[in-house]
Design a protein around this ligand. Structure first.
Ligand code: ADP
Ligand code: MG
Length: 500
């Protein structure tokens, strides 16, 4: 890290209606540094970096890059100023090829005499993919053929191939496996060596401490402090972020409670070709059953299979009363809830309001005589459950797409609390969510368990499985590779040994 300043953020402000998302924030980013930006969900991190990269307009304040004021109006202008971003949500465009995504807005380099030379563009893209070690991704393929993680890798190439002066990485690591993360860290290191600067946003505090040089903390849109990573601990950062000591327990505190013998769901010989096979387990009343493993271990498919959402599923998923679950409507009707890992594409209806999202599975119950929907009933219902789980919002009429990741997750959870589901399947419920909202979700799970609800928690975060579950099943290569009961002595290594 050099002492020279690359980017000055000066008195930046941005509001959305009554929400003051960023309020008079100023700090400096040095050359050749990784500068982390941390804060709870909704603290303004994405809003700030979206202004820097031309995605949002600036209300007031300025960005000074290498001594010169920049004011990009879109991402292409930002790139031309030497600034790029890997956004928090999906940042590649469907319907285009990998190469078209990489060079979006910069196609002119491949145009000769008015013709776009697709071959040259693909060739260049393949060269870059090769340099980055992403050979399995092919330039001429449609981006839609790739999963979320691979699309993020394409974004890494897109955002860094042209040696930008400042690269923003907004909560990208939560979407990546350990392997993908290592790739990203390598490129962060390279950018640093070349004298560029990385603005790094992540909720993973150990990762922040490990990878960044400086850390700026935001809280509710307000600047709190900038510190050197070497001078602080994880606990210090937590305190800065929430502005108080974390109160109460983070995970469950009990260890010796006995789980009921009552079986509410049994899964027999379940298989989904190419994904999982020979899956057998039972879920008990009031139990939190965890599923862990590497991201491609098949554990995410288990959640879909239980919810009747898998294609070509074999075997049986049976409730206590003998009902077989083979499709989603039957699952919902029989009080099963499911939240997907891919919150933005599978759980949330983006172009609907918070209220509409919460009422979605309960519309039948909320309808009046003759199935006529009542706005009043829906409003009351949505307000009640949004409040119960403290969704941070203006009101339930607000579009759900305007919320931060943690608050979107709360909306999805409010939906199923409202439905009063007995069996709740949560796939990666705290993915990309800050510690305060995580704590809210853990406490909610604990309350649900105590009231006799049964929960399946699928997670790539081993600590939360250990902290929250009565029992953990580990998946490997589509099969169950081990199982372990709740206990104080379990460590991450105990589970990792079963995973790999
Ligand atoms: P973070 O990235 O730190 O989680 P954000 O910058 O996404 O936080 O959000 C800051 C605040 O601004 C939140 O209250 C959020 O709901 C609000 N917000 C963000 N984007 C929009 C938008 N496009 N429209 C309305 N409100 C928004
Ligand atoms: Mg954000």
């Amino acid at each position: 890290m050099s002492d020279e300043i690359r980017l000055q953020v000066k008195h930046l402000c941005k509001s959305f209606g009554v929400t003051k998302a960023v309020q008079d924030v100023s700090f400096n980013v040095k050359k050749g540094s990784v500068h982390a930006l941390i804060g709870e969900n909704g603290s303004g991190k994405s809003t700030l970096t979206n202004m820097l990269t031309g995605i949002y307009s600036i209300d007031s304040g300025e960005f000074i890059l290498d001594g010169k004021k920049i004011h990009p109006h879109n991402q292409v202008e930002a790139n031309n100023e030497g600034v790029s971003i890997i956004v928090q949500e999906l940042g590649t465009l469907s319907g285009l090829t990998v190469a078209e995504n990489i060079f979006l807005g910069h196609e002119e380099q491949f145009v000769t005499l008015g013709f776009k030379n697709t071959n040259a563009m693909n060739k260049k893209a393949n060269e870059l993919l090769h340099q980055y070690g992403f050979d399995r991704i092919k330039a001429s393929d449609m981006i839609d053929e790739y999963n979320f993680e691979d699309r993020k890798l394409v974004e890494i190439v897109k955002a860094t191939y042209f040696h930008p002066k400042v690269v923003v990485i907004d909560e990208t690591t939560t979407a990546l496996s350990q392997e993908g993360r290592e790739e990203l860290y390598k490129h962060m290191e390279r950018i640093k060596k070349e004298g560029g600067s990385v603005i790094f946003i992540s909720h993973d505090l150990p990762e922040i401490l490990d990878k960044s040089d400086m850390i700026t903390v935001l809280r509710d849109g307000v600047y709190i402090d900038t510190v050197a990573s070497a001078d602080v601990t994880e606990d210090d950062l937590k305190k800065y972020m929430v502005g108080r000591e974390m109160t109460g327990n983070y995970y469950r505190a009990d260890y010796d409670e006995k789980v009921s013998d009552e079986v509410v769901l049994s899964v027999k010989n379940v298989a989904v070709p190419g994904q999982i096979s020979n899956i057998n387990f039972e879920l008990h009343k009031g139990e939190i059953l965890g599923f862990g493993g590497l991201s491609e271990s098949g554990m995410h498919e288990i959640g879909k299979a239980i919810f009747g959402a898998s294609f070509d599923r074999e075997g049986s998923v049976t409730l206590e009363d003998g009902t077989e679950i083979n499709d989603i409507p039957t699952a919902i009707k029989h009080s099963i809830a499911y939240t997907s890992k891919d919150r933005d594409n599978e759980s949330i209806v983006k172009n609907q309001s918070i209220g509409e999202n919460i009422c979605l599975p309960s519309l039948d119950e909320l309808a009046g005589p003759f199935g006529i929907q009542s706005d009043k009933k829906q409003n009351e219902f949505a307000n009640k459950f949004a409040k119960e789980i403290s969704v941070k919002m203006v009101n339930t009429k607000q579009f759900v797409s305007e919320l931060s990741g943690g608050n979107k997750q709360k909306v999805v959870l409010a939906r199923w609390i409202g439905k009063d589901s007995d069996i709740v399947v949560l796939d990666s419920p705290t993915r990309g969510i800050d510690i305060k909202v995580k704590q809210d979700i853990y406490q909610l799970m604990d309350r649900m368990r105590k009231s006799g609800k049964s929960i399946i928690m699928i997670s790539e975060e081993l600590m939360e499985l250990i902290g929250m579950c009565d029992r953990i099943i580990i998946m490997k290569d589509g099969k169950i590779s081990g199982q372990i009961d709740r206990g104080r002595e379990i460590t991450e290594n105990t589970l990792i040994e079963m995973m790999v």
